[in-house]
Design a protein around this ligand. Structure first.
Ligand code: B12
Ligand code: SF4
Length: 558
């Protein structure tokens, strides 16, 4: 602790799981910026360590030189929890007096997976108010029992404090201090498809819809929050980068907000290429807004098209239909806006279903499609449902990153992957690009950049797909269940945690669009638990034999 009673804060962005093939951009840690901004009053100095672009050896050096009082961690996907645990052990070995705090989606939905001896505090839910209070309490040498929304370690037990309700409305954060991120990482934060430096910021958080596959409404408990438009504009204006990624879930849902933000961006004379998020029905309802936003640089949208049949759209509770999807795409094309259209690939898919997706894409000239295997996101009602119904085929969270099919498929998994890859390659071929080149939304750099990057990723991922299939064939759930993270075991009950209502309760949420308050529970205590990383479970020798067998099968099919 500094001489003024203030704390030294280190934030560690973990390395990506080895099964993640990084075909999408990697940006600076907004979590670090938010934590630092809200707790600034109690911090003497802050620093970000980005392990995605650095080494464990350097982290040890930083720990010794910086001597942090608190070390914060987040995890973007479930697989990163293994890396977070590894890094936390490293922190505890190198600098034992530092308090370790984890937050993020997995910590919120499945906190028990972090009940590992090195984790001191688990922040459940949004971090802004909670982290400020944690910093205040630690700086004043008080104990953590009064901080709502955390689970903290007390000897050999974790104490579950009462929850912190989230309120719908505006979020306020002091301006971000991006200087806490060392310059050497900056060159990595870019919009990869065009190799352009990027500002990564946020305008809204949460979403009022209840798509079955999505984890956001669960984490945010059904709320939709906005940041003050003036704060967003200041944030963007202060950065030199020519590109802006608004990391929202549903940017244009609130019309007044989106309009005010546009007006302020315009007044401020900002014109950067902006990427935001929208549903197809919003695109139709608010076309005029998109036209306006184009004036300030809106260049593309991440759009959840999800399916090419009404039946599949209903199955995932998307509340849209195919005609809406087609019309939304037509509007974006007319406006010359890139449609980064996401399609969900279902486990029931056979060859004809993959063909149907391609027909849709080809007929409608979708230039920037992204295909996402339907994944029960750990901690969502869909996940618990799939686990109970024996639909999960993969028990290594390292594969739960939307690149792998972790559910049981109708056709053999290898065949399923082959059709998916063929689909990707068709969208990347020179012939396809040439045919699309007359479209208004065809922009050479992103279209070619996407094709090159995706073709590269499709090849890079093969060994991992083979590994996934080999593990799936070799390991029976019953045999390894006791070695898995707590949330993957049959006796895991989400209603132990106030932030995770009962599955039946959450299933009800599909039907409503209300926010819901956490159940106010008493303080409870649970023991410290630990479990191996999945790679330690795998018997490498017999697994390699499996891999070789699959490899030769694969070469024949490809
Ligand atoms: C923008 C975004 C991206 C960007 C940039 C990612 C990056 N960091 O470089 C792009 C588009 C490139 C991307 C890529 C991917 N993404 Co992404 N992404 C998002 C998105 C939309 C926002 C993430 C974000 O930064 N939010 C802003 C922060 C501030 O909010 P937050 O994470 O909720 O954090 C709050 C609290 O959780 C808490 N908190 C969080 N951490 C900490 C830490 C501490 C110490 C404390 C106290 C508090 C705290 O406080 C915060 C403020 O309230 C989310 C959806 C979402 N809205 O969360 C998906 C999401 C996180 N991505 C997801 C996935 C799967 C991926 C990919 C794996 C997809 C793929 N197959 O390639 C990749 C992996 C990228 C990687 N590992 O770096 C999934 C993760 C699901 C899961 N639980 O596993 C999500 C949830 C989307 C979804 N529903 O499917 N992603
Ligand atoms: S509309 Fe998008 S962000 Fe909202 S619940 Fe559906 S998938 Fe999630």
């Amino acid at each position: 602790m500094g001489s003024n009673g203030k704390l030294k804060f280190l934030f560690v962005q973990p390395d990506l799981h080895r099964h993640y093939i990084p075909f999408l951009p990697k940006y600076e840690s907004l979590h670090a910026l938010i934590c630092e901004a809200v707790a600034r009053d109690f911090l003497e100095s802050s620093l970000v360590f980005d392990r995605r672009f650095d080494t464990d050896e350097n982290l040890i050096r930083v720990l010794k030189n910086f001597e942090p009082d608190i070390v914060g961690f987040t995890a973007h996907t479930a697989g990163e929890i293994f890396n977070v645990r590894r890094l936390i052990r490293l922190v505890k070995r190198t600098f034992p007096s530092a308090m370790t705090v984890v937050g993020g989606q997995h910590a919120t939905l499945l906190p028990e997976d972090y009940f590992d001896s090195g984790v001191d505090i688990i922040c459940v839910g949004p971090g802004e108010e909670t982290f400020r209070e944690v910093a205040e309490v630690l700086a004043n040498g008080k104990d953590l029992s009064g901080v709502k929304g955390i689970i903290w370690k007390d000897g050999n037990e974790y104490v579950i404090n009462p929850p912190r309700p989230i309120s719908t409305g505006f979020i306020h954060w002091p301006p971000f201090d991006r200087t806490i991120i060392p310059r050497k990482y900056r060159r990595h934060y870019m919009w990869v498809f065009e190799a352009k430096p990027n500002v990564y910021t946020i305008s809204t958080s949460g979403c009022p819809y209840r798509c079955k596959f999505c984890s956001l409404w669960v984490t945010q408990r059904g709320t939709y929050r906005r940041r003050k438009p003036a704060e967003i504009v200041e944030d963007i204006a202060a950065q030199p980068q020519p590109y802006v990624h608004l990391t929202d879930d549903n940017t244009f849902h609130n019309e007044d907000f989106a309009l005010e933000l546009y007006e302020l961006l315009k007044k401020r004379g900002i014109k950067k290429k902006i990427l935001a998020y929208a549903r197809t029905d919003t695109i139709i309802k608010r076309t005029y807004l998109l036209e306006k936003w184009r004036e300030v640089g809106l260049g593309g949208l991440v759009v959840g098209m999800e399916a090419v049949t009404d039946q599949n759209l209903d199955a995932i509770n998307k509340k849209t239909d195919v005609n809406t999807n087609i019309e939304a795409h037509r509007i974006l094309e007319e406006l010359g806006l890139e449609n980064w259209a996401h399609f969900i690939m279902m486990p029931e898919f056979k060859k004809e279903d993959f063909d149907l997706v391609w027909d849709f894409i080809d007929k409608n000239n979708v230039i920037y499609p992204i295909f996402v295997p339907l994944t029960p996101m750990p901690g969502t009602p869909f996940f618990f449902e799939a686990k109970e119904n024996d639909q999960l085929a993969v028990f290594d969270y390292g594969f739960y990153n939307l690149e792998y099919m972790v559910m049981k498929t109708v056709i053999p998994k290898i065949e399923w992957y082959r059709y998916l890859q063929e689909l990707y390659l068709k969208t990347c071929s020179f012939e396809t690009l040439l045919r699309r080149s007359k479209c208004k939304s065809f922009h050479v750099l992103p279209a070619v950049g996407r094709a090159l990057r995706f073709s590269w990723a499709v090849k890079r991922i093969w060994p991992h797909l083979l590994e996934q299939v080999a593990i799936e064939e070799k390991y029976r759930y019953e045999d390894i269940e006791h070695l898995l993270p707590p949330s993957l075991r049959r006796d895991y009950k989400p209603d132990k945690y106030y932030n995770a209502p009962r599955v039946s309760d959450m299933l009800e949420r599909y039907k409503s669009t209300d926010n819901w308050d956490p159940q106010l529970g008493d303080v409870r205590r649970l023991p410290v638990k630990t479990y191996p990383d999945f790679d330690e479970i795998v018997d490498k020798q017999s697994y390699s034999a499996c891999k070789i067998k699959e490899s030769s099968k694969m070469e024949k099919t490809i």
